[in-house]
Design a protein around this ligand. Structure first.
Ligand code: GRF
Length: 222
């Protein structure tokens, strides 16, 4: 039996840089998950290099090579199931998933989104927060359902929007928090601390009435 055999085998899906993947890799030694596979729908991205440097199996499935969204998602399901992947972490994966895919991994798949959901699903969230004159912005980590960026939210982390902030500064502030928050929540999923039941989030066997605040999660951790 290997040292890691009781860790949950997970996969990370990416489309680009993979800085969140890197954070998940870096946290792995003390986490309850083991990244067994990284899939990218785009070839030659930095995230694939990061996985290879960490000795993790990689797979490029170029969505353009498939006739339909369904065929592409089916190929991903086959790849993930053949590796006995128990949970899927979306980390900058820029593809809309089919209901077949989301139902296959329901309760076993997380996404990280750079806004305080339900505000600003989709793209350009930083610009939208600036345009709206928001004083607060942030990130959400949620279970993935068939609704784009619409699954039940587990945790949110907030940043203030200051007078001199722009898209780039907000992106940087949020990225820094993402790298701390995502490994934490992935670890909760891998240790069954967080669960999805009847489309609601349960944390430590208690129904979560509102998303966990990241600052509070850190206080409780220490
Ligand atoms: C992150 O900002 C995440 O919130 C969004 O995509 C971005 C991925 O960044 N879903 P990276 O590839 O992990 O650097």
């Amino acid at each position: 039996m290997t040292k890691n055999s009781n860790k949950m085998p997970i996969a990370v899906l990416i489309s680009g840089n993979g800085s969140n993947l890197q954070a998940l890799i870096d946290a792995q030694p003390t986490a309850n998950y083991e990244i067994k596979l990284v899939i990218s729908n785009r070839p030659s991205v930095k995230g694939i290099e990061r996985a290879q440097n960490a000795g993790i199996s990689t797979l490029v499935l170029d969505h353009k090579a498939y006739d339909s969204r369904e065929a592409f998602d089916l190929a991903m399901i086959e790849a993930l199931d053949s590796k006995h992947i128990k949970a899927v972490i979306l980390a900058g994966f820029m593809r809309i998933l089919t209901p077949e895919f989301t139902s296959h991994f329901l309760g076993r798949m997380l996404n990280i989104h750079p806004s305080l959901l339900p505000k600003y699903p989709g793209l350009d969230t930083h610009q939208k927060a600036l345009d709206a004159g928001d004083k607060e912005h942030g990130l959400s980590i949620h279970f993935v359902t068939a609704e784009l960026d619409g699954g039940p939210v587990i945790l949110q982390a907030k940043v203030s929007v200051d007078a001199n902030d722009n898209v780039e500064s907000l992106k940087q502030k949020i990225h820094a928090l993402e790298h701390q928050a995502y490994p934490l929540v992935a670890d909760w999923l891998a240790s069954s601390k967080v669960e999805l039941k009847d489309n609601q989030v349960w944390f430590n066997n208690h129904l979560l009435k509102s998303p966990i605040d990241f600052d509070q999660a850190l206080v409780n951790k220490s």
